[in-house]
Design a protein around this ligand. Structure first.
Ligand SMILES: [Zn+2]
Length: 168
């Protein structure tokens, strides 16, 4: 497999050399995307970037990152994923986090050191008001909350569950 062609010179392109962008939306989505995960890795390599983090609000991005590393690891860009605890992903769930931390392509039953979630985020589009504003469907809106205290209670319980499971 050959390296992607270099990008045409652009002002400020030198700032990307060695950069890490931890918030790249290139995973499959309900809305159109301008590039897919492989495109993003190839463009990052062409720009000389060190790493990209795949962000996805509908599922864990850990598997996409593992697949991209397996397919395009020769380009030298570190690709990492994580999980945003949106209702569609499983919500504030210790089990969702545990699965994301363990997901990858194990070699001889040993996890690859780059596998597993590199970030865990609280929900970002979870309130009904935001979901309505974003035009989400009825199921998405119903899974959200209007009550900040309800949400904070869920977060508190989740943190307590995480500590009981030994997650830091
Ligand atoms: Zn985002």
């Amino acid at each position: 497999m050959s390296s992607p062609p270099p990008l045409p010179p652009r002002p400020g392109a030198h700032l990307l050399v060695g950069a890490v962008d931890g918030h790249v939306h290139a995973c499959p989505h309900r809305n159109a995307r301008s590039l897919d995960v492989f495109d993003a890795v190839e463009q990052a390599a062409a720009a000389g970037m060190r790493a990209i983090g795949l962000m996805d609000n509908f599922c864990s991005s850990v598997g996409y990152a593992a697949l991209a590393r397996r397919r395009l690891g020769h380009l030298g860009v570190e690709v990492f994923g994580g999980v945003v605890l949106e209702p569609q992903v499983g919500g504030l769930s210790v089990e969702v986090v545990e699965a994301a931390l363990a997901l990858g392509y194990a070699d001889d039953d040993e996890p690859h050191p780059a596998d597993g979630a590199r970030f865990v985020s609280l929900p970002t589009h979870h309130t009904r008001a935001v979901a309505r504003m974003e035009g989400r469907d009825a199921n998405y809106v119903a899974a959200g909350t209007d009550d900040v205290w309800e949400f904070l209670t869920k977060v508190t319980v989740w943190i307590q569950d995480s500590e009981r499971h030994g997650l830091e």
